[in-house]
Design a protein. Sequence first.
Length: 150
Amino acid sequence: MDRSRFVVLEHTQPASQISLERRQYLAGSDTTQATELDLHYDLMLQSEGGLVTFAVASKPSISHPTVPAIHLPLHRGFYLEYEGAVSNNRGTVQRVMSGTFALIEIVPQTSLECRFEKLTIELFPSKHEKKLRLVLEQVELEKFQLSCSQ
């Protein structure tokens, strides 16, 4: 089974850079109160065209078995190694998990805005963390639910 690289980045950015709808979806509740910073995690999966990226509410873990995720545009491959400030005042990123992943299943999507309805992968973290199985299932156009198990 072929494996590609993945990274999970803790992404702190000014709340003004994120739409209220996105913040509410990731938070799972009403976030109308003003906050200066938003914290979420970027799950990035290496592919031929770049990094398939999801903003997720928490680091993939069995302690958070199901969390909301938003499918983002492809990101550049250098984020597999990068930590630090993100251009255009989009905050900072710090690596919290990395390693390889294996594609288990992909269910095609008919819409051009999204490449799949369901994606199942196994993460093999490089540090002494246990293998995780992630299932991303589409809820709406770019909105997904990420389920995590071992």
